[in-house]
Design a protein around this ligand. Structure first.
Ligand SMILES: [Zn+2]
Length: 294
């Protein structure tokens, strides 16, 4: 009976957990070609600002959208958003399917890295996709992983668990943000195994199957993993289609709701600190933990 009372008390506490209210680091943001007319730059920055997003990993197809975000120094500063630019591998949709063996993409990445951006040098490569994990062994995939490790670039990869092993084999020193942490539903035990095997692997949590239970709260298995290893995870919007921009603020509110179920220090790490630390955002530029962000 006492156990039941305790469980009921726990359930009541979780039901009333306050949303996380601190800053957010959006570690998986696209500003693709088709978003730019319906969502011009002031509009996307306004959405980030209203959502309390204070920094973004920016990448786009083609790289023009990233360059626009990284060039708008006054506007991003006014919105309180730090832009961390990544080079995307896609000039167009066709590139999704062949980049891993396309020498012209390797050349394009080198060219973009050499140009840099007004917001500073590119800090990473991606997001890229591998729909067949064997393509992680393609010649350009291998060379880009090695380039990332040599230059300290972070890799944002939408791949399955097998491809994580393959990509890490090319460049064990590389840092990979695993987009969606297994969008096909990689079993959580396998996620734990990969995190243990690769200390520089991080998981981004958009679209992660099983993260939330049917009631919209964190599933017990994911609550346990995120509470135990909060230093390994980040959140992201994945604005891959315009509908994600439509729902940007609602999505961030959803993140705030489940982050609020975690111990506060864990929530803050996943929401903000891991991204800020990864890219060296100055602590002095951070809002204080208690400052309202919205
Ligand atoms: Zn994406």
């Amino acid at each position: 009976m006492r156990g039941l009372v305790f469980l009921l008390a726990m359930a009541a506490a979780l039901a009333h957990a306050a949303p996380y209210e601190g800053p957010l680091f959006d570690a998986h943001l696209h500003y693709n070609e088709e978003a730019r007319t319906p969502y011009p730059l002031p509009e996307v920055l306004a959405r980030m600002q209203r959502a309390g997003v204070r920094a973004i990993v920016a990448n786009s197809r083609p790289n023009t959208g990233t360059r626009d975000l990284a060039s708008a120094l006054d506007a991003t500063r006014a919105a309180g958003v730090s832009v961390v630019p990544f080079v995307r591998l896609y000039r167009n949709r066709a590139d999704y399917n062949g980049w891993f063996a396309d020498e012209s993409i390797h050349a394009m990445v080198l060219d973009e890295l050499a140009r840099g951006t007004p917001a500073g040098p590119f800090r990473g490569i991606g997001e890229f996709h591998l729909y067949d994990s064997a393509n992680a062994d393609g010649p350009v995939a291998r060379r880009l992983m090695q380039l990332a490790a040599e230059r300290g670039l972070v890799v944002l990869a939408h791949v399955d668990d097998d491809a994580i092993d393959r990509l890490m084999a090319h460049a064990p020193a590389a840092t990979i943000i695993w987009a969606h942490t297994g969008i096909g539903g990689t079993p959580i035990e396998r996620v734990r195994q990969l995190l243990a095997r690769y200390p520089k692997l991080r998981g981004e949590l958009s679209y992660r199957p099983g993260l939330l239970a049917a009631d919209g709260r964190l599933s017990p298995a994911w609550r346990a993993l995120l509470s135990e290893q909060p230093e390994r995870f980040l959140i992201g919007s994945d604005t891959w289609i315009n509908a994600r921009w439509d729902g940007y603020e609602a999505l961030m509110a959803e993140y705030r709701a489940w982050l609020g179920e975690l111990p506060p220090a864990a929530a803050r790490r996943i929401a903000w600190e891991n991204g800020a630390a990864m890219f060296g955002l100055m602590p002095t530029s951070l809002p204080s933990p208690d400052a309202p962000t919205r």
